[in-house]
Structures are given as C-alpha cells and as structure tokens.
Ligand binder design. Structure first.
Ligand SMILES: NC(=O)c1ccc[n+]([C@@H]2O[C@H](COP(=O)([O-])OP(=O)(O)OC[C@H]3O[C@@H](n4cnc5c(N)ncnc54)[C@H](OP(=O)(O)O)[C@@H]3O)[C@@H](O)[C@H]2O)c1
Length: 240
C-alpha cells in the first residue's frame, strides 16, 4: 500500500485564482499557507521551505522569474495554472474554468477539470486532495489548446457584451431580454455541440448575411462578422 505524505500547500498570489483556490481548499479542509508580494520575503522563504506543493498563482509573465529568483532552492513540487506556459521546473496544470471576482460554491469547483502537461507527476501526487477530473496535454499543443479556450470563452463573451450593450444603448431594450436566448444557446451546445448552430450561416442564406453586413457597416464588428463567415466557409470546404 502506498502511504502518501499529507500535503502542505503554499499558494502564491492574491489575485482571482489565488482567492478561488483558497476558498476551494477551505471547502475541502486542505491545509495551506499563502503569500503575496505585499508580505515580507522572509515569510515566503519560511513557507516555501515547509511546503510540499507550491502553487504559483500569479501573472503568466511573472511565473518563470519568480520561480527562478525565489524558489530555485526549495524542494516542494512547483505548479502553475497557466494554460499556455511551459516553464522549466514548474509543472503546468490548467483549471479549465473562468474565475471572476465572485467566489463559487464547492460543487462548482469540484466540476472543474484540470488539463495537465505531459511529464508531470500523477494527478494524485501533483495536486493531492483534489477530487477533480483531469486530462493530459502535450507541451507542444498548449499554445493552440489555450488559443481555442480563449477564443471560445473570451470572444463569445465579447459578442454577448456587445449585444447587451447595444440592446440597451441603441434600442432601449433591457439586457435581460437576451437571457433566455443565451441560456438556450449554451444548453444546446452542452447537449450536442455539433447540431447547436442555427441561423443564416448554416442555412446558406446569403441575402440575410448581406443585410447583416450592410446593417453593421459603420460598426467595428462588421469585420468580425465577415471573418466568421470566411472562417465558417473555409472550414466547410475543408470538410467536403
Ligand atoms: N482568471 C482566470 O479565469 C484563470 C483561469 C485559468 C487559469 N488562470 C491562470 O491563473 C494564474 C493567475 O491568474 P489570475 O486571473 O488570478 O490573475 P490576477 O487576478 O491578475 O492576479 C495576478 C496576481 O499575480 C500577482 N503578481 C503579478 N506580478 C507579480 C510578481 N512579479 N511577483 C509576485 N506576484 C505577482 C499579483 O499581485 P498584485 O495583486 O500585488 O499585483 C496578483 O496577486 C495565471 O497563470 C492565469 O493564466 C486564470
């Protein structure tokens, strides 16, 4: 029987993900210490020496330097949560979720899958105590994997923000008018992503597409609309 050491986590950072992870660890009853750069460096050194697992929950562009300057001599396993970075000596485990300012319920944290880079220790050794699902990704694929996540999550958010803003400001329609539509679109994607697309693109309704482009002509999103048409057509041609 393998007896695993009780982990001693150190969470570094005080941003959104650090707050969410601290909250999740509290739910799970996992002991941790925390440090952020508003605290004394001696505290970091002492927490880092005692830690078995060090989560660098700081800006992507600060992770490599921070690990090199502050953690080069400590023995604990170092982990970052960036979906795109490859950093020597720091394993990548990306929680595939968006973390906003508000904390979530325990059940929501438990449904977050971690996409872990190949070559990292087994999940139970990398993030002991976390019951989350996990999957592996090759380091060379991380940039494209994360580009897809950012496109789907961030760009669809921009489109919905645009719709709600223009509803309110151009047409005097309350933003919540769009809620049922947004929920149903999301539900359809979750239940069968392949059949979730409706509308003029999938119907090949060129007259409506032209009207839309014309109606958007003074709007920076006209280019976005046209580039979606182009990408959709290129993708369909590739399939045939
Ligand atoms: N937010 C998400 O939805 C999400 C999802 C998945 C993965 N991630 C990953 O999680 C990590 C943290 O992201 P986040 O959203 O929590 O970012 P965030 O809210 O912007 O917080 C960034 C944290 O990094 C700290 N920091 C920045 N530069 C630093 C430095 N040189 N030394 C020490 N600390 C430094 C900041 O400290 P100050 O407060 O002092 O500036 C802050 O505590 C990133 O790797 C990100 O890619 C984020």
């Amino acid at each position: 029987m393998i007896v695993r050491q009780v982990p001693r986590y150190l969470l570094i950072g005080s941003g959104r993900v650090a707050r969410h992870m601290a909250c999740y660890f509290d739910f799970l009853g996992i002991f941790y210490t925390q440090w952020h750069r508003g605290m004394a460096e001696e505290v970091l050194a002492s927490h880092a020496r005692a830690a078995t697992h060090i989560l660098l929950l700081i800006r992507d562009d600060a992770i490599a330097d921070f690990a090199q300057f502050h953690l080069a001599d400590v023995r604990g396993i170092k982990i970052h949560f960036s979906g795109v970075l490859n950093v020597d000596g720091v394993y990548g485990a990306h929680p595939l979720m968006t973390f906003g300012p508000d904390l979530y319920a325990r059940e929501k944290y438990e449904t977050i899958p971690f996409v872990v880079e190949a070559g990292a220790p087994a999940f139970a050794d990398l993030l002991p105590g976390l019951p989350n699902a996990h999957a592996e990704i090759a380091k060379k694929d991380k940039a494209k994997y994360h580009a897809l996540c950012a496109m789907a999550g961030n760009f669809s958010c921009l489109l919905w923000q645009k719709l709600m803003h223009d509803f309110e400001n151009e047409f005097g329609l309350p933003a919540q008018t769009a809620r049922a539509f947004l929920r149903q679109q999301t539900d359809n994607l979750i239940s069968d992503y392949k059949s979730a697309l409706t509308g003029p693109l999938v119907r090949g309704d060129h007259a409506t597409l032209s009207k839309h482009i014309h109606a958007l002509k003074d709007d920076p999103f006209a280019e976005v609309y046209q580039s979606f048409i182009n990408a959709y057509r290129a993708q369909e041609e590739k399939k045939s």
